[in-house]
Write a protein that binds this ligand. Structure first.
Ligand SMILES: [Zn+2]
Length: 534
């Protein structure tokens, strides 16, 4: 496919792909106070010599003072300071300049280096320091609990217990944060593979053909009746129930060959739901063992279901005829096969490169501007976070996927040209409502391939220089100045942003609800046998 291997000389060097620069630490730590002012310096481990914790210095001063039998007042007097000032220093609440540290060392008759020794002076001091640090951490701060004062009456055992709890809190937090990370990594890998394959999977197309042949479906829209025929052909009965656990689209009970479907929930096409369940069965899928398997299964199941609703042969003939007329349109594909616009757009990306030699991109974007799904093999550059994740990123305000929300006539197909740093792209978008709100579904291609599409005559054209922050991410300076200090928005976070995956399951399906559900609905026959044995 020449379309994929064409040269990319139009594309200037991508600054976003340069390795990180500016990550080097400035030498700020070398000047100023001895106990660096910033416990937040992330790279502290890089330069242990430069950063000494004021708390640790304070505790060493206190240890040395009590060792010498000096009271707080006596040492304070020797330093010509108020005892309260010295107490602040011993509690690590203030950084010391080198000169002060020298004076204190002299009064205590030790070397400065003794006070700078990174080892805590005693086991008790180590415990106290650890507790104070844990309480000063962002994790504990976020709980909005009062600090537990570290008093002499607090036993070592009590501090140890509290520290263990802090450690467990940290561990759980890290685990929770790491789980979506793994999912994102696998997701990025999958996207890469899809892009390389032109989002076309011959083996799945073949499976779709075989399954449809079993019910004698030769082309055109797949009716509800035929979907239920296919279920029957594969040995399943379908059961619409009002109490399907909310976290599941469908549940298959392979022991009684039942597929449970939600009754009257979801705007989704029920054919898709059934076909996805049947696809999982046809592909011999077991419950996934990890994220990688889960995401792969999801891609394959969605693909196979779409390939049955919009079969390859009929669809590719339909699209080729449209291309010959220069009338390619996702809408027409949707209407021809009576599917949702999103499914038609998804299917279009499967077939466009393999059958039409056209590289494409696909975007599903929430009305907030956040990317939900993305695919490309036309080298369009999607916004990504530092780790390369596309989902969850905000799309440029000038892209079709965002502009379509401003279009007044939603019956009409929206199309536009967008001049991007990597070249000019043409894009067509439509809004569909889903359970989570409104989403724009966009399909686009680079300028060279626009001539095959209906909507190429649009006069709407926008320029986008994203990821340059001046494109649409940085407000105008006069606005910033005008509103500075007088704005306090309360953010509405997406539930999914902070929601942890349910613990013990990465599939996102509530296992308790699922197993209770199955118990409730299971046919009674399989149970009678075991009842006899008891
Ligand atoms: Zn922008």
């Amino acid at each position: 496919m020449t379309a994929q291997t064409r040269t990319s000389d139009r594309r200037p060097d991508d600054p976003a792909r340069r390795p990180h620069e500016g990550a080097r630490r400035s030498d700020d730590a070398a000047r100023g106070p001895v106990g660096g002012p910033s416990p937040a310096v992330a790279g502290a481990a890089d330069a242990p010599d430069e950063e000494v914790d004021p708390l640790l210095i304070g505790r060493r001063i206190r240890a040395r003072r009590t060792e010498r039998g000096m009271s707080l007042a006596e040492l304070a007097a020797a330093l010509d300071r108020a005892p309260s000032q010295l107490s602040v220093i011993e509690n690590g609440k203030r950084e010391l300049r080198l000169g002060e540290l020298r004076r204190i060392a002299r009064a205590l008759e030790v070397g400065v280096e003794d006070l700078l020794d990174p080892a805590p002076p005693s086991r008790r001091a180590a415990l106290e320091i650890a507790l104070e640090r844990a309480q000063a951490g962002t994790l504990y701060r976020g709980l909005d609990l009062p600090d537990l004062p570290v008093r002499k009456t607090l036993s070592d055992a009590a501090i140890e217990t509290i520290l263990t709890l802090h450690e467990e809190l940290r561990r759980l937090h890290a685990q929770r944060a790491a789980t979506p990370e793994e999912a994102r990594r696998v997701n990025g890998q999958l996207r890469q593979e899809q892009s390389e394959a032109g989002n076309y999977y011959p083996a799945l197309e073949e499976t779709a053909r075989e399954l449809l042949a079993r019910i004698g479906h030769s082309g055109g829209p797949l009716s509800h009746r035929k979907v239920s025929l296919l279920a029957e052909e594969l040995g399943f009965t379908l059961h619409s129930v009002p109490d399907l656990p909310h976290s599941a689209r469908s549940i298959t009970d392979a022991s009684s060959m039942r597929i449970y479907l939600p009754l009257g929930r979801d705007a989704a096409d029920p054919r898709t739901t059934v076909l996805q369940a049947l696809s999982a069965h046809a592909l011999g899928m077991a419950e996934p063992a990890d994220y990688g398997e889960l995401l792969r299964q999801r891609v394959e199941v969605n693909y196979l279901a779409a390939a049955m609703l919009v079969p390859e042969q009929g669809a590719s003939e339909f699209l080729q005829a449209a291309k010959a007329q220069r009338e390619l349109s996702v809408e027409d594909l949707r209407d021809e096969f009576a599917v949702t616009y999103e499914l038609a757009a998804h299917r279009f990306t499967n077939l466009a490169t393999h059958h039409l030699d056209i590289p494409v991109h696909f975007l599903k974007v929430h009305s907030s501007g956040t990317i939900v799904k993305a695919y490309q093999n036309d080298h369009v550059r999607f916004p990504t976070d530092a780790l390369g994740a596309v989902e969850g990123q905000l799309v440029c305000r000038w892209w079709s996927a965002r502009r379509v929300f401003r279009a007044e006539d939603r019956m009409r197909q929206y199309s536009q040209y967008t001049d991007k740093p990597g070249g000019t792209y043409w894009c067509t978008s439509r809004i569909e409502s889903g359970s989570g709100g409104e989403f724009s579904i966009s399909v686009g291609t680079d300028f060279a391939h626009t001539r095959w599409f209906r909507g190429r005559e649009t006069t709407v054209r926008h320029a986008s220089s994203c990821p340059d922050p001046d494109c649409c991410r940085r407000p105008a300076p006069e606005l910033v100045e005008r509103w500075q200090g007088s704005v306090w928005p309360v953010a509405r976070l997406h539930a999914s942003l902070l929601a942890a995956m349910p613990t013990g399951t990465f599939t996102g399906v509530d296992r308790v609800a699922m197993l209770e559900f199955l118990e409730r609905h299971a046919p009674s026959e399989p149970h009678t046998a075991s009842a006899d044995g008891g």
